[in-house]
Write a protein that binds this ligand. Structure first.
Ligand code: AOF
Ligand code: ZN
Length: 356
C-alpha cells in the first residue's frame, strides 16, 4: 500500500477533477502490475495495472489507494474490471466519497466473491486525497499557502526588492509544489509587481497548473507574461461584477477565462471564490500571495496547509510583511497549524504545517 500511495502521490496536481490514485497488483510476493490515474484523470489506476498484469491477475491481490469506482462514467467501472480479471483480494484504505461510488465499489467486489480489506494506511491516504474529499464534501479545493521570507518574516525591502530572498534550491522545490497542485493562485498586487509566469519549470513534462489571478477589477496589465501566455497555459481571472466590460473582453481575447465572484467588504469573497474554483473541478490550489489574498484566506479559515521557506536574512520593520492585516486581537482568534515537516533546502529552511 505504501508503494501504491507513492505511485498516486506522483500524480498529484495532474489528475483534477479526479483523485490521484495508485494501484499495485501482487501475486506470490511479486509485483505484477502497477498503475496510477493518468494526467487529466483517465484512465483510472486499476485498468492500467490490470493491463500490465495480464492473465496473471487471476488470483492476485490488488492494493489500490481508493475504493474502486462502480459507476459508468466516462470509463467503465474499475470494480467490474477487477471482477472480470478474476483477482482474489482487494486492499484499499478508504471508501470513495463521490456519491456515485461511495461503498458501491466495495459492495460490487464482495458480491462477486472478492475479499475486501479496508483501513490499511487510511490516515496517509486521507491526507493524499484531502483535496478531492474537500471538493466532493464541501465543494471547495484544498488550499496550500506558500510564503518565502526573511528570518523576520519579510518578503521584500521597503523599496520592494524581493529577488531573491531564498536560494535557487528553495525555488526549485516551489516549482515541484506547483506541479503537485491543480492551480497556482495569486492576487492582483503580486501579478502586477512580480510579472510572474507561475508555470512549472525544471520538472520535465507536467500538466501545467491553471493560473488563477484574484482581482476584483482585473487590475493586471495586458502587457504581462500571464496575458501573453494565456493560450498555452490556462489563466482564470476571479473578478467582481464591477470589473470594466472592456477589460474583461480584452482578457478574454487573450485566452483567459473569466470567473465572476461575489464581492464582500470591497473584496472578492474567499468562500465564494473557492466555491467557484471547486465547481470548475479544482481539488488542490497553491496560493503564492500576495499579502491581502493570504490574509483573507487565513481570516476565513480556508487555508489547509502552510509551506514556508525561511532565509537567513533580516530586513527589519520597514521590510514588507508577507501577510496583510487579519484583525487578530487575541491569540485564540488566530488560525493555528501543526508542524508536519522541517527540512534544510540549500541555505534555507522549509517548514510545512497542517491546519490543527
Ligand atoms: C478509481 N480509480 O484511478 C480514480 C477514481 O469521470 P470518471 O468516469 O473518470 O470517474 C471519476 C470518478 O472516479 C471520481 O470522481 C472518483 O470518484 C473516481 N476516481 N476511481 O477507481 C482511479 N481516479
Ligand atoms: Zn475507476
Amino acid at each position: 500500500m505504501a508503494h501504491a500511495l507513492r505511485l498516486g502521490r506522483r500524480r498529484m496536481g495532474q489528475c483534477w477533477p479526479n483523485p490521484a490514485v495508485g494501484c499495485v497488483i501482487v501475486k506470490d510476493g511479486r509485483v505484477i502490475g502497477r498503475g496510477a490515474t493518468a494526467p487529466g484523470g483517465r484512465p483510472h489506476a486499476e485498468p492500467q495495472a490490470l493491463a500490465q498484469a495480464g492473465a496473471a491477475a487471476r488470483g492476485a491481490t490488488v492494493y489500490v489507494t481508493l475504493e474502486p469506482c462502480a459507476h459508468h462514467g466516462k470509463t467503465p467501472p474499475c470494480a467490474e474490471a477487477l471482477v472480470k480479471a478474476g483477482v482474489a483480494r482487494v486492499v484499499a484504505p478508504l471508501a470513495d466519497s463521490d456519491p456515485r461510488v461511495s461503498g458501491k465499489g466495495f459492495e460490487h467486489l464482495r458480491r462477486h466473491g472478492i475479499e475486501v480489506t479496508t483501513g490499511v494506511l487510511a490516515e496517509e491516504a486521507a491526507r493524499d486525497h484531502a483535496g478531492f474529499f474537500l471538493k466532493v464534501g464541501e465543494g471547495r479545493p484544498l488550499v496550500t499557502l506558500k510564503l518565502a521570507n526573511s528570518f523576520d518574516g519579510r518578503i521584500a525591502t521597503a523599496t520592494g526588492e524581493s529577488q531573491w530572498i531564498t536560494g535557487p534550491e528553495a525555488r526549485r522545490v516551489v516549482h515541484g509544489l506547483r506541479a503537485a497542485h491543480d492551480a497556482v493562485m495569486v492576487g492582483a498586487g503580486t501579478a502586477r509587481s512580480d510579472d510572474p509566469a507561475l508555470t512549472v519549470r525544471g520538472w520535465g513534462e507536467v500538466r501545467q497548473p491553471v493560473r488563477v489571478v484574484v482581482s476584483r477589477l482585473i487590475d493586471v496589465p495586458l502587457m504581462s507574461k500571464l496575458a501573453s501566455t494565456a493560450r498555452q497555459v490556462p489563466v482564470w481571472l476571479a473578478h467582481g461584477s464591477d470589473a470594466a466590460p472592456a477589460t474583461r473582453k480584452a482578457w478574454q481575447s487573450c485566452g483567459a477565462k473569466l470567473i465572476p465572484c461575489e464581492i464582500r467588504a470591497g473584496r472578492v469573497d474567499p468562500h465564494g471564490l473557492l466555491r467557484e474554483l471547486g465547481e470548475q473541478g479544482l481539488t488542490r490550489v497553491f496560493c503564492e500571495g500576495g499579502g491581502q489574498l493570504a490574509a483573507s484566506l487565513l481570516s476565513a479559515d480556508l487555508v489547509d496547509e502552510l509551506v514556508g521557506f525561511t532565509a537567513g536574512l533580516a530586513l527589519g520593520a520597514e521590510g514588507r510583511p508577507g501577510i496583510g492585516a487579519m484583525g487578530v486581537d487575541r491569540l485564540s482568534e488566530a488560525p493555528r497549524f501543526v508542524l508536519d515537516e522541517v527540512r534544510a533546502v540549500g541555505p534555507d529552511v522549509m517548514h510545512r504545517w497542517r491546519r490543527a
